[in-house]
Design a binder for this molecule. Structure first.
Ligand code: URA
Length: 453
């Protein structure tokens, strides 16, 4: 059978800044998935898209074509309304863990198909796999029964969801073509639309630990994704949130599970609580429950009950001791003052080097490895005070991890407390339950379909 297009013509069209036709897009995605478009041709096309972009119609078509390469989940048999969440990934981002059971406690169904971490950002499945017995792989039948009984599932996405993206993302990873708003937006949204929830809330990270380091780019990515979801009939909103410094006080799989459980028990760091409640509010409103009070349900222990049921349903023991690493080393403050910088990327790389993350998809992670912060932004410290504890099973990793934290990764600015010239730490955005205050603005922007033109 002769093919209707030639891959070289499609590449040249995008190289010369021409709009790709719907037929060209349908063909190139399908032919690439079937192996008829060579990896080097797709990599040239991806680079042309990085450089020249895609307009709204091209992007919508590209995303729809990626979805059509695989299956689409169907939750219409459930009596509960479905709502999903996606984070573009960050350092110490354990929000899915308290958020999913919290939202499910209101009677909504949250089917979360998650991934494993790569590089300095963690993956939700890696975190949950540090719980003894917990299983990431579920059949669709088990997902349906767990959603019916518990309302909350976090499990591995099967290979059938947008297989074109699986292939294309692996290629982009090794060809310098990850950093592109249309390619990131279509990659994420093809999987999320195929995952089938009626509503979706996006947490688009912004800052050194995120794909998008500046707010203008993060807002543009959020807008593109909200537009794609809306065009596909999904109710979508996005929060653009700060990722310039790690979320909470822990980075690393078992350490992050422990902190998430603290939040479910009514404690935990203010920034983690604030973001959990902000995203829960969005998800509940999307599910028709805009008057619901997630802070009250978190405080009541109901979300903890749902968490335990969710973990048990997947073979895990929510009360079992979590793994710990065998060796630790501390990082101390060189001087007295106020902590004005804890760089997210540097801490993510350090935790990764300690064994919390992987360099290649096949690598294992060490569940106990990672970093516990003893301070957060804006805290006063004395010279010699512990700023962070580094954990690993292999002590020869300490050197490279500490090297990632050298330079200006951590800044303690000397101040006199009465001094008007005290360094500016962003002012608290608001009070949280229990009188807690988080030390910086977490939610930077909210993007909804109504706000787009
Ligand atoms: N996550 C994805 O799934 N795709 C991207 O392109 C980037 C992040």
């Amino acid at each position: 059978m002769t093919e209707p297009f030639d891959a070289v013509d499609v590449i040249i069209a995008k190289r010369d800044r021409r709009e790709l036709s719907s037929d060209q897009i349908d063909w190139v995605i399908d032919a690439y998935t079937r192996g008829l478009v060579a990896e080097e041709q797709m990599s040239a096309l991806a680079m042309a898209i990085v450089l020249n972009g895609m307009d709204r119609a091209e992007l919508a078509h590209w995303t729809a074509a990626m979805i059509r390469t695989g299956e689409r989940m169907d939750w219409s048999g459930l009596t509960r309304r479905t709502v999903d969440k996606h984070s573009t990934g960050g350092v110490g981002d354990k929000i899915t863990l308290p958020l999913v059971p919290l939202v499910a406690s209101f009677g909504l169904a949250v089917p979360q198909l998650s991934g494993r971490g790569l590089g300095h950002t963690g993956g939700t499945l890696d975190k949950l796999e540090s719980i003894p017995g917990w299983q990431a792989n579920l059949t669709v039948e088990r997902m349906v029964s767990q959603l019916t009984e518990v309302g909350a599932v976090v499990c591995a996405a099967g290979p059938g969801l947008a297989p074109a993206d699986r292939k294309l993302y692996a290629l982009r990873d090794v060809t310098g073509t990850v950093q592109s708003i249309p390619l990131i937006a279509s990659s994420i949204m093809s999987k999320k639309i195929a995952a089938g929830a009626a509503s979706l809330v996006l947490d688009v990270k912004c800052g050194s630990g995120a794909f998008m380091t500046d707010q203008t780019q993060a807002v543009a990515l959020a807008e593109a994704m909200v537009q794609l979801g809306t065009d596909a009939g999904v109710t979508v909103s996005a929060l653009v949130t700060d990722m310039s410094t790690p979320l909470g006080r822990t980075i690393g799989n078992a350490l992050e599970v422990r902190e998430a459980v603290e939040v479910l028990a009514g404690g935990g760091p203010p920034d983690v609580i604030e973001l959990t409640l902000a995203l829960a509010g969005e998800m509940l409103a999307a599910g028709g429950l805009s008057q619901a009070d997630p802070a009250a349900v978190l405080a009541s222990g109901q979300a903890m009950d749902t968490w335990r049921a969710m973990i048990r349903a997947q073979g895990g023991d929510p009360l079992a001791a979590l793994p710990t690493a065998r060796h630790h080393e501390v990082l101390r403050s060189p001087e007295s003052g106020v902590v004005t910088r804890l760089d997210a990327l540097a801490f993510g790389v350090a935790a990764w080097r300690l064994g919390a993350g992987r360099a290649r998809k096949e690598d294992p992670v060490r569940p106990g490895a990672g970093i516990e912060l003893a301070v957060q932004l804006g805290d006063e410290v004395a010279a010699g005070q512990v700023l962070a504890t580094l954990w690993t099973d292999t002590p020869d990793r300490f050197g490279r991890a500490l090297a990632a934290l050298a330079g200006d990764a951590v800044v303690v600015s000397p101040v006199c407390l009465d001094d008007a010239a005290r360094p500016v730490v962003p002012s608290p955005p608001g009070r949280l339950p229990g009188g807690l205050v988080s030390g910086r603005p977490i939610v930077l922007r909210r993007i909804t379909a109504a706000g787009l033109n």
